[in-house]
Design a protein around this ligand. Structure first.
Ligand code: WT7
Length: 654
């Protein structure tokens, strides 16, 4: 693939992008670095503040403490809902595309306000106050948005847990953030299948006195067991409430939400975002990176259980008064034409998804595109992992019919919003590159010793200075925040990603350089999966690595060493048991693709596992394993290669 390929930006009839030219991007970018306070103050003025800030930015470097818009007071829910009522009360705020194809429900800004206010009153009625944490375990239904905004309205801190996580994972999060209230649904519906959400929450809170209240949304006709005094139907509770609810005016630095994400060590970390800077950054980046305009129909196909859903389904678009699509189903239900059906049905102008979904659709074949025109589309976005140039070109040529701008957006849970991306209609595109930094963002590459690399180079991607959307801490573990992001390269925020910069200054993300793997756009820590495996009686030691996977980007490969006393069951059965074990502890999204029973692991004499060798074997790259003579037991490598050969041969047979 030719990495020198440059595709010129497209201009659409009678529309000049908000940033009209590339030269203007460069000018504004410089300004945003030279005068960040001035630049961000101007952006912040687009929101509605109850009280203006006195200081745009302040930081205490020693304490790894950043603050934006200090002294300012605002409310995220007010900015996403109430302030639009005069101008656009009857405009559609949310279009809910239900699991059942062709079923849509439109919710206007006025209706949104009433629903949100009722849920907010219910939360207050059940004792939730400013600063309290609320766990949200809901499918992609309007009540998810109502609940997030209701929390924001009364100053409660939501923590949305993705539906692919298990009861144990929910319980860990409840305990870590100290939530006393959980919002869930009787069931979810996805791809025609029912997801037993309430059942999972029941198991999660079983014996946990801390959780006093479980609110249950009625999505299907299932009547789950309801524990009196603890479980309440949300619809019944809402009927008792008024559709107005007073607003808690929050300090700009008051927490808005916590979102758990995986790192290279330990359990998932509760990344904390605050109110003012986050909302300024999410709304401004949504407007500029997608070239969002009044009246556009905007469809981000992510799940609200991830940061993409927070920033670019809920907060960014609604703060901008957009019409945002909330999609309950999957890209392949009932078939691989589902996205394009929605695009035509709703006349979507901006569409945003992940490379893993695009790859699955490429694989399904172009015939699924034939049934739709997709003429309404103008901007196509991608996020979550590096997109291979072939996939990029399919998206551009086939989906966008060569007339849409493709924006490959690089960012992270911790960054709150997009940091590297082209501006549609402005930045020349290179398939496979996230291109150039967004306003106020200073990426830099450093070598392993922390030396900054100039010009075209490859290294560790870091960021200098703060931006308003930056996470402020890890809930309850500020030292971990400092250690994880600011200690590897002192003075810099380390992203954990490897990256190359070309001669035009374009950034090409190459993937994680730490022990984090990216499976179908989901971030997982190998250490987490290893501890889930070791928790099984059969396993004494485990090492997990990623390997290249055609659709998912990376697959999960687990090497396990069995306990001597374990009664060997049949290999197939053992695989099943261990996969079930991981599903139980973390959830289906972390299920290993392959498990290899190993006689030992390649370790240095000091006992460190040589993961590089494990990664190479898992990828089937047996040649060039490098020098293995320094290993404690060099023979182990040969045995692993043999076992891997056998395992892959068996997999091909299946
Ligand atoms: C990691 C962050 C940001 C929302 C979704 C994921 C990878 C993300 C890109 C991209 C290459 C990307 C990075 C990053 N990543 N976007 N456009 N190109 N890689 O959020 O779960 O916090 O994961 O996703 O490795 O560090 P997340």
């Amino acid at each position: 693939m030719n990495e020198r390929l440059v595709i010129q930006p497209h201009r659409h009839a009678d529309r000049t992008p908000a940033i009209p030219t590339f030269a203007e991007y460069q000018r504004l970018y410089r300004l945003s670095l030279d005068a960040p306070d001035h630049f961000w103050a101007q952006r912040a003025e687009q929101l509605t503040w109850f009280h203006r800030w006195h200081t745009v930015f302040d930081s205490d470097y020693e304490e790894t403490d950043m603050g934006w818009f200090l002294g300012g007071r605002l409310n995220a829910c007010y900015n996403c809902v109430d302030r639009h009522l005069n101008q656009r009360g009857d405009q559609t705020a949310v279009i809910w595309a239900q699991d059942e194809p062709g079923q849509y429900q439109r919710i206007t800004y006025r209706q949104l306000k009433h629903h949100v206010a009722r849920v907010a009153n219910v939360l207050r009625e059940h004792g939730v106050r400013k600063g309290d944490r609320v766990i949200v375990y809901l499918p992609m239904i309007p009540e998810l948005i109502y609940t997030m905004l209701a929390c924001a309205r009364i100053g409660a801190v939501h923590s949305v847990v993705f539906g692919g996580f298990s009861s144990e994972a929910i319980r860990d999060r409840i305990l870590d953030c100290g939530a006393r209230l959980v919002v869930t649904a009787n069931e979810g519906l996805r791809g025609g299948r029912r997801l037993p959400l309430k059942e999972a929450v029941d198991r999660a809170v079983d014996g946990l006195d801390q959780v006093a209240t479980v609110l249950v949304v009625r999505r299907t006709d299932l009547e789950p067991p309801m524990r009196p005094g603890r479980d309440w139907w949300l619809d019944e509770e809402c009927h008792k409430q008024r559709s107005t609810c007073s607003i808690e005016w929050m300090g700009a630095e008051d927490p808005l939400f916590i979102l758990y994400t995986s790192g290279s060590t330990g359990k998932p970390k509760g990344v904390l975002h605050t109110t003012g800077g986050y909302l300024v950054f999410a709304s401004y980046s949504h407007q500029v990176v997608f070239d969002y305009r009044d009246g556009d129909i905007y469809f981000c196909a992510a799940d609200c259980g991830w940061i993409t859903g927070h920033s670019y389904i809920v907060y960014g678009p609604l703060a901008n008064g957009a019409t945002t699509v909330l999609f309950e189903s999957t890209p392949v239900f009932p078939d691989a034409g589902r996205y394009w059906q929605i695009v035509d049905d709703l006349q979507v102008n901006i569409f945003y998804t992940a490379p893993t979904a695009i790859r699955a659709l490429v694989r399904a074949g172009d015939e699924y595109l034939a049934r739709s025109s997709r003429e309404s589309l103008r901007t196509l976005g991608t996020v979550g992992e590096p997109i291979n140039p072939d996939t990029w070109l399919w998206y551009y040529d086939k989906v966008g019919r060569g007339r849409c701008n493709v924006v490959d957006t690089w960012w992270q849970t911790e960054t709150g919003g997009i940091l590297i991306a082209p501006l549609p209609g402005v930045t020349p595109m290179k398939p496979g590159s996230a291109t150039l930094p967004f306003f106020g963002v200073r990426p830099l590459l450093v070598d392993d010793d922390g030396r900054e690399l100039d010009g075209p180079a490859a290294g560790n991607l870091c960021l200098r200075h703060s931006w308003p959307g930056q996470a402020r801490t890890i809930h309850g573990a500020h030292h971990r925040f400092h250690e994880t992001y600011f200690s590897r390269f002192p003075g810099l925020y380390f992203t954990g990603d490897g990256c190359r910069r070309d001669e035009d200054g374009y950034y090409w993300i190459t993937g994680r350089v730490d022990d984090v793997i990216n499976v179908a756009g989901h971030r997982l820590g190998t250490a987490e999966i290893e501890s889930a495996l070791v928790a099984h009686e059969a396993v004494t030691e485990a090492a997990v690595v990623g390997f290249p996977h055609e659709i998912k980007g990376q697959g999960i490969f687990a090497y396990v060493i069995l306990d001597r006393h374990y009664e060997a069951t049949d290999a197939h059965e053992l695989q099943g048991l261990l996969k079930e074990q991981v599903r139980h502890v973390i959830g289906p999204i972390a299920t290993p693709d392959a498990i290899l029973v190993a006689p030992g692991l390649p370790k240095t004499r000091s006992g460190k596992i040589m993961r590089r060798i494990l990664r190479q074997i898992a990828a089937g790259e047996y040649r060039d394993l490098g020098d293995v003579t320094t290993l404690a037991e060099p023979d182990v490598v040969e045995t692993l290669v043999e076992s891997h050969r056998t395992l892959s041969a068996a997999a091909r047979q299946d």
